[in-house]
Structures are given as structure tokens and as C-alpha cells.
Design a protein around this ligand. Sequence first.
Ligand code: GAR
Length: 223
Amino acid sequence: MPRRLTLGVLASGEGTTLDALAEQAAGGHVPARIAIVVSDRPYAPVLEKARRRGLATSVLPLKGTSPDEWSARATKVLTEAGVELVVLAGFLSILPPAFTKAWQGRAVNIHPSLLPRYGGKGLYGDKVHAAVLAAGDAETGATIHLVNDDVDGGPVLVQQKVLVERGDTPESLRHRVQAAERVALYSVISRFAEGDWPLPYRDPPGRARSRRTDGDPLTGPSA
Ligand code: GAR
């Protein structure tokens, strides 16, 4: 069993991802421990889910603070909790550049599409699934990528495909894509915990953005 990675989770919404991750970590199925959950929304259900699991929480609204002040506060909270890797699990605010710079190579985002398709400002959650259905795409999926100041544009670490089925709705697609997100996220966390991907992680030059693979960002697509 690799060492357990200390995670900080940033989330704004329901927290089903946080809940599933916490469950897997507590059961020893993912080599990680969640040290803190940070939300930008004081009434986000994710906070209650975190508290019920005995996880430390911090509420840091972006409104009313300068981006630099928010970045400094969030970095302090995460650093004091000993966080090695930040996981954006449905964090719906745009992160200030000072924050993405401070956590470069140590922060990953979960996105519910095969980026670069259906990414960027305003495309999140069920809006993504509705867009996929409106376009009549045959497949969609989940992406875990490094966070940088390009919204949903950071280097891709892992992607997991999901077939669109006849009669799918945004909700039915969401369920299958979220299952794929979890598989992808747990594999990413494991790779970091195993030391296969050193932190802070640097994407090999020239590989960013062009990859669409379930394989390894260091060695390329799996066979
Ligand atoms: C994630 O599962 C992901 O699909 C989406 O929000 C969900 C969070 O749900 N993330 C994005 O769209 C990010 N751009 P949750 O609050 O129930 O975990």
C-alpha cells in the first residue's frame, strides 16, 4: 500500500464527489486522507456532508475579498492542514491567478466532459451534459486535469470515456459520467501517492491539451 496523500478538497455544491472520495479513503481503497474541505459558499450541502464525516471545513467566499487576499487565505488554510494535493470537486468559482500559481502542479480539477470539448467558463455540471445531448454526440466522459489559470484548460492527466445512450437525459448522463470521474480521480490520486508523478507535477513539454487518453501522461496512451 503506498503512503496516504494528504488532500484538500475545494467544492461549491452537493458534495457527492467529496462523500464518495471520503468513503473510499476511509475504507483504504484510495491512498489518501482528506485534511480539509474548503467551500466558497457558506450554505453548500458539501459542508454538511464533510462535517458529518468529521472532516475539517473552511468557508472562504470570493465575494467581498480581493483575489489576492482570497488566495493568501486559502493557501494558508490548506498549508496549515498539510495539504499536498488540492482536488477541485465541483468548485464553481473561477480561481484567482495567484492561487493557481501557488498550487501549480499540486491542484487537479474534475470536469464532466472529454476536454477540450465542453469546457471553459459557464460550462459545468448538467449544462455540459445538456450540451453533449444537444450536439448529438455519441460519447462523452470525464477529465482530470491540472489546474492553471486557463479555465478547464490545464494539462490533462486522465480521461475516461462514457457512451451516450438513446434516451439519455442530463441526469442519466450525469450519473454515468460521475462514476467515470471517480474511477479517473482515484487513479490520479494513486499515481501521485505512489510517487509515479512527483509533486508538484510538471507536464512533459508539448503534451498538454492534445492528449485524449485513458493512459499515462508520462508514457502516453495505454495499449
Ligand atoms: C462533479 O461531479 C462534476 O461533474 C462537476 O460538478 C460535480 C460536482 O458534484 N464539475 C464541474 O462541472 C466542474 N467544471 P458534487 O457537488 O455532487 O460533487
